[in-house]
Design a protein around this ligand. Structure first.
Ligand code: HEC
Ligand code: HEC
Ligand code: HEC
Ligand code: HEC
Ligand code: HEC
Ligand code: HEC
Ligand code: HEC
Ligand code: HEC
Ligand code: HEC
Ligand code: HEC
Length: 332
């Protein structure tokens, strides 16, 4: 089957499905109710795909009007992998511009007075084309193992199209460059990205790490869109030494690192949610501490050995657990 046919069949299927789901039913879709023209544009695009009238000359047709001189310049695609004809599965090895922007139809025709130009599929947050429809274009080639969780993911249900993050008319897609990715994500997730400026934080600022080290932006089966099956597994990617198994484990550590740490950043050293001893006293009661007598605890003037040096860690230094035969109390 040729790519042209494959593309067409895909769209027919996608459109049939969307019609079935009522996504294109003007009454059912609030996004379209708000802006009537959006419904009309999407309807027109569906019609165009059904007719499937692709240009004979491919990109040459488009570049007559969309070259460097034009306000809407399409040349950027040649700086990007999608514009390379020498890689077999790219748009340029197939329908070229129309692999993504859809069949040209009457778009390139000379306009009669008072008539509007037939639309093409356009992309991005400001495009009138429904995000599900935009994404279906990209997914016609990228519906692979890495995006199995896209459907139903938080970003998909928030109506983010692929182009909310990816740019394909540039040499460098910001989503794929660590430092730029952090800014991109931060443009919508300010609280989280600001946390990386706190006193103690994972080193994202200088591009040593990025949000996608821990999160899958395409969604994952896991809570918080994490890349690994549990929060702890996500941390073990880089902090393997905390994985154990240890002779003496500390229950909260095996349970969930985020009981004590804030993964993004914290005003406390070591990414800690609270400083010791408060951190420890959430779960451990001074009254139970064998080293501190009731007298010491109750007398404000004694230097209570329990909080000597104000820190449990002075004695229990192996807070993540211990492998020492006598490390039961995490002292060594
Ligand atoms: C005869 C000139 C002409 C040709 C040929 C042409 N376009 Fe356009 N295109 C325009 C104009 C003018 C606009 C600006 C929108 C308008 O005026 O309605 C536009 C707008 C667009 C847009 C923005 C979305 C929209 O519908 O407004 C895209 C995407 C686009 N064209 C892609 C293409 C592609 C891909 C081809 C080749 C298959 C192509 N164009 C061929 C003139 C042309
Ligand atoms: C006709 C098929 C096709 C379509 C449609 C398509 N892509 Fe691609 N895309 C490819 C191929 C092929 C590659 C190169 C893969 C490789 O090098 O392994 C690619 C690569 C990518 C990459 C990685 C780029 C890099 O530099 O490594 C991203 C991101 C991407 N595409 C996003 C998109 C988005 C977003 C859309 C929709 C706007 C889209 N693609 C539409 C075929 C397609
Ligand atoms: C919320 C932002 C965001 C959205 C929305 C998004 N992506 Fe991505 N995408 C990324 C980031 C970030 C990376 C880099 C991942 C990494 O470094 O591991 C990436 C990587 C990719 C890659 C290249 C590496 C790979 O995983 O194969 C492709 C292809 C891709 N995305 C396609 C898509 C498609 C198709 C969609 C829409 C269905 C989409 N993306 C939606 C952020 C996004
Ligand atoms: C891989 C899919 C893909 C291919 C192939 C592609 N485009 Fe695009 N085009 C996009 C996306 C996505 C955008 C949104 C901006 C971006 O990603 O940089 C866009 C933006 C545009 C715009 C700006 C429209 C606007 O509303 O501002 C024009 C014009 C355009 N493309 C024309 C072309 C032309 C002409 C070609 C062929 C020479 C082409 N595109 C090839 C996906 C594609
Ligand atoms: C255009 C805006 C936008 C961009 C860009 C964006 N997001 Fe989101 N993201 C959202 C919205 C909206 C939600 C849902 C509401 C919320 O949790 O804030 C969300 C939710 C999330 C969640 C929670 C997911 C879950 O399953 O609980 C994570 C994690 C996330 N985004 C990470 C990222 C990362 C990483 C990037 C960059 C690669 C990114 N986002 C880029 C808008 C965006
Ligand atoms: C070191 C791993 C790591 C990095 C890097 C990271 N996160 Fe997170 N993120 C987490 C963990 C773990 C959680 C869940 C627990 C929590 O909230 O502390 C989370 C929670 C979130 C949430 C809330 C999710 C929800 O379900 O409520 C958002 C949004 C988010 N992160 C966005 C980002 C963004 C944006 C970046 C990059 C600027 C980023 N994260 C970088 C590990 C990370
Ligand atoms: C992609 C690798 C990576 C992942 C995944 C990762 N970290 Fe880190 N972590 C680092 C790096 C790099 C540092 C900084 C080390 C340094 O500065 O010496 C660090 C530092 C830390 C620190 C010490 C900070 C300080 O100021 O001393 C803590 C605590 C921490 N990480 C906890 C976590 C937790 C919890 C998770 C899982 C939610 C996690 N990390 C996931 C790479 C990672
Ligand atoms: C019971 C609270 C607690 C839990 C749960 C916890 N930590 Fe910690 N973590 C601490 C404390 C306290 C420090 C500071 C230790 C110090 O200053 O000597 C620390 C420091 C760290 C450091 C930096 C110093 C070092 O030891 O390398 C890393 C990395 C770290 N933790 C990773 C993790 C990971 C990964 C998890 C989950 C497997 C985890 N922590 C779970 C309390 C905890
Ligand atoms: C989220 C609750 C929680 C936090 C916070 C916590 N612990 Fe624990 N800790 C436990 C649990 C549960 C056990 C196992 C108790 C048992 O086996 O009886 C434990 C065991 C211990 C033990 C070994 C006691 C024994 O009987 O095996 C020591 C020592 C200890 N914790 C010290 C600390 C220190 C120091 C901190 C602060 C850095 C801390 N804990 C923070 C819940 C917590
Ligand atoms: C001066 C050293 C020292 C300091 C400071 C200290 N501990 Fe201990 N802790 C010990 C010793 C020694 C034991 C073991 C006693 C035993 O073997 O009977 C112990 C035992 C424990 C136990 C186990 C109790 C049990 O009944 O099994 C817990 C829990 C504990 N400490 C928590 C803490 C917390 C929380 C802090 C900080 C608020 C703290 N410790 C500060 C020395 C200290």
């Amino acid at each position: 089957m040729s790519w042209r046919e494959k593309n067409r069949i895909f769209f027919h299927q996608a459109i049939a499905l969307l019609l079935l789901l009522g996504l294109f039913n003007a009454d059912a879709n609030s996004q379209m109710q708000a802006k009537k023209s959006i419904g009309q544009i999407n309807q027109q695009l569906i019609e165009k795909f059904k007719q499937g009238s692709y240009s004979k000359k491919g990109a040459d047709t488009c570049l007559k009007c969309h070259d460097e001189q034009a306000e809407l310049n399409g040349m950027g695609i040649f700086n990007n992998v999608h514009g390379r004809a020498d890689i077999s599965a790219t748009p340029f090895a197939h329908l070229q511009c129309e692999s993504c922007h859809g069949p040209v139809g009457k778009h390139a025709k000379r306009l009669r007075k008072g008539k509007e130009r037939e639309p093409m599929v356009s992309f991005g947050m400001n495009s009138p084309v429904l995000s599900a429809h935009q994404s279906s274009v990209c997914l016609s080639c990228h519906d692979d193992q890495k995006r199995v969780a896209w459907q139903g993911s938080v970003h998909q249900s928030e109506q983010l199209p692929c182009s909310a993050c990816h740019l394909v008319h540039t040499a460098q897609d910001p989503a794929l460059i660590k430092q730029q990715q952090n800014k991109l994500c931060g443009s919508c997730h300010k609280t989280q990205s600001d946390a990386f400026n706190k006193r103690s934080a994972h080193p994202l600022k200088w591009g040593q790490m990025s949000c996608s080290d821990c999160h899958n932006p395409h969604g994952s089966m896991e809570e918080h869109g994490l890349v690994k099956s549990t929060l702890n597994q996500t941390c073990f990617q880089c902090h393997g030494e905390k994985r154990g198994p240890l002779l003496w484990e500390h229950a909260p550590v095996t349970e969930d690192c985020s009981i004590c740490h804030n993964a993004h950043g914290s005003v406390n050293a070591g990414l800690l949610k609270q400083r010791a001893p408060q951190l420890c006293l959430d779960c451990h009661s001074p009254a139970d501490h064998p080293v501190a007598s009731a007298q010491q605890i109750n007398n404000p003037n004694t230097r209570n050995v329990f909080v000597l040096g104000k820190n449990c860690l002075n004695c229990h230094s192996q807070v993540h657990g211990s492998n020492h035969p006598s490390g039961q109390m995490m002292q060594r």
